[in-house]
Every structure is written in structure tokens, then in C-alpha cells.
Design a protein around this ligand. Structure first.
Ligand code: ATP
Length: 294
């Protein structure tokens, strides 16, 4: 087998709580994660030697600073292989946006190389590699709906929400996740969303009630740092729309459209205001194999 093409889906956080900073600098979190239809397309191909990463986004690093590169290195060293690999990333997920783009790419490479090279690495072992690459990588590998605890690696699968339509909306700015967590450390106080309640609602299938319970502890950090994100959040909320920030932002998501056409029309309206807006659905899988090329 010489190549593989796959979709590495992003995520939103239906709930995100930060419980504290650990001595190793990581943060303990409790997050309800949800895969979304928007993802990066990855093409993995056999190459003569080395790891070569290219991307549709010229600003992304292509060397070991790219998580996809590091994921390939991790698989090669676990399998004791020196085979060459070329990875092309067709970026669809905005970078540093709270949608887990880099994590999705890393998960896609772990999954893809395991398939392409017939390595038969177990899901558990891939998940161990995943957490070393980033806190959101284990979830991106598994996908669907899940509670993520610890630093994000302890996953409890939750029942599917079924297909839901939502709209992602983002101002033209990037947010550095480490900077947000450093600010969270400095704040010395925290709001704590009721994550167990969100989990309970999902378990009981009461999806329509989610916006009453959900929350993101990082909004209290990001909004003062980026008041324009809070303004946008308020504008959407004032229109009576269920809205939340994903991850460390700045992407917001608006929830509760009845159908595809309604979500598309709303995204179109937001784009006219110069915003990046994308209608998406919830998905039950993080990684989708598109094609195996021989
Ligand atoms: P999360 O929600 O998991 O915190 P994010 O969506 O906020 O992630 P990413 O898009 O993953 O953020 O990007 C964060 C940083 O990671 C960027 O500074 C970027 O340069 C770096 N990075 C490394 N590899 C990638 C990749 N394959 N795609 C996107 N960013 C990457």
C-alpha cells in the first residue's frame, strides 16, 4: 500500500472546566468533547526517506514543530521503522482557534500510518502515543462524544447526540492556548461550569436542554484578554441564540438549528459581516478514511 487519504475532524467543547494546575505545569480539566464535520484532509504517501510535511497554510511549521510531523516520528520510533513518509495537510480547521486542528492532524497521522503500514498497533497504544503529543489528541483519535478528564487523556465515551446542526463563528484572530492557561493561573479565581450535569443530560438524551447547563471556564479568561470576542458573544446571545466558546477560543459556536439550510443561511449572514463562519454537524467519529491508494 502506498498512500492513504483521510479526514481528521476537529472538535468543540460542550463543557470545559479547569480544575487546577498540576506540579508538572499541565492542567487538570473536565471537558465534554464533540467531534464536528469540519476537518483537515490528510494525504499520507510513502517517500524515499525522512518525514516531509507540506500544508495548504504557508504559516504552519513543516518541521518537528508540526504535530503531524511529531506523530509520524512517534509511530516510526515505536515500530522501529525508518521508512520515509510524505504528509500533506489540506487545512480546513482554522489554526489556534479552539477547534483542535493540530490535535486532529496528529491523531490522523497516528491512525493513518498504523493502517498504511499494517502495523496493528492497538488503539490503547496509539492513545498512549497520542497523549504525549497533546491533551486533545487522544479524543481526536477516538472522536464522537466523550467526557475527557485528567489532562484530557482519560476518556469516557458518551451516547451520540445524533446529528445536530451548528454554526462556528470566529473573528480574524488567533488565541494561544498556553497564554490562556497562564492567564487562568494568574486569575486566582475561577468559574466552574456544571460538567456532571452536562454529562447527565447527554446520558438521558435531553440534548435540547444542554444550553441551560453548558459552560466554558476559559471564557472568563479569554473575554478580558480579547474584548472583541466577548462583544461578539454578547451580540449573538442578545439575539436569543445559544452560544458558547470552544476550547481556549476564539471560535464560538451557535447551537440548535433545525436543518442544514437554516445553519447555512445563518453562516452566510455572518460572513457578510466579515466573520469566518461555517455550518457544521456533530459527528460520531473523529477520523474518516477517505481513500486507500495502491
Ligand atoms: P486546541 O483546541 O487543541 O487547544 P487549537 O485549535 O486552539 O487547539 P491548533 O490549531 O491546534 O490550536 O494550533 C495551535 C498551535 O499549534 C499553533 O501555534 C500552530 O502553529 C501549532 N501547530 C503545530 N502543528 C499544527 C497543525 N498540524 N495544525 C495546526 N496547528 C499546528
Amino acid at each position: 500500500m502506498q498512500g492513504i487519504r483521510l479526514l481528521a475532524r476537529g472538535k468543540i467543547n460542550l463543557a470545559l472546566d479547569v480544575l487546577g494546575r498540576r506540579p508538572d505545569g499541565y492542567h487538570d480539566v473536565a471537558m465534554v468533547m464533540q467531534s464536528i464535520s469540519l476537518g483537515d484532509e490528510l494525504i499520507l504517501e510513502e517517500a524515499e526517506e525522512g518525514i516531509v510535511v507540506t500544508s495548504s497554510d504557508p504559516l504552519l511549521p513543516t518541521g518537528p514543530a508540526n504535530l503531524a510531523h511529531r506523530a509520524a516520528e512517534a509511530v516510526r520510533s515505536l515500530a522501529g521503522l525508518a521508512r520515509g513518509i510524505r504528509i500533506h495537510i489540506q487545512k480546513k480547521l482554522p489554526v489556534a482557534a479552539g477547534l483542535g486542528g493540530g490535535s486532529a492532524d496528529a491523531a490522523g497521522v497516528l491512525f493513518g500510518l498504523n493502517r498504511m503500514w499494517n502495523l496493528n498497533i492497538s488503539h490503547e497504544t496509539l492513545a498512549e502515543l497520542a497523549v504525549k503529543l497533546g491533551a486533545d489528541v487522544p479524543f481526536c483519535l477516538t472522536g464522537g462524544t466523550a467526557l475527557a478528564e485528567g489532562i484530557g487523556e482519560r476518556l469516557t465515551p458518551l451516547p451520540s447526540l445524533g446529528r445536530r446542526w451548528l454554526v462556528l463563528v470566529k473573528l480574524p484572530l488567533s488565541v494561544s492556548t498556553p497564554r490562556v492557561y497562564q492567564a487562568w493561573d494568574r486569575m486566582g479565581f475561577a468559574t466552574h461550569p456544571d460538567v456532571p450535569r452536562v454529562v447527565q443530560l447527554i446520558r438521558e438524551g435531553k440534548v435540547a436542554e444542554l444550553p441551560k447547563a453548558w459552560g466554558n471556564a476559559l471564557e472568563a479568561v479569554v473575554f478580558p484578554l480579547y474584548p472583541e470576542v466577548e462583544d461578539l458573544f454578547q451580540q449573538l446571545q442578545n439575539r436569543g441564540l445559544p452560544v458558547r466558546m470552544s476550547g481556549s477560543g476564539p471560535t464560538l459556536f451557535v447551537w440548535g438549528f433545525r436543518e442544514d439550510a437554516q445553519a447555512r443561511a445563518f453562516a452566510q449572514q455572518l460572513r457578510k459581516d466579515g466573520l469566518w463562519a461555517e455550518p457544521v454537524t456533530t459527528e460520531d467519529r473523529g477520523i474518516e478514511l477517505i481513500e486507500i491508494c495502491n
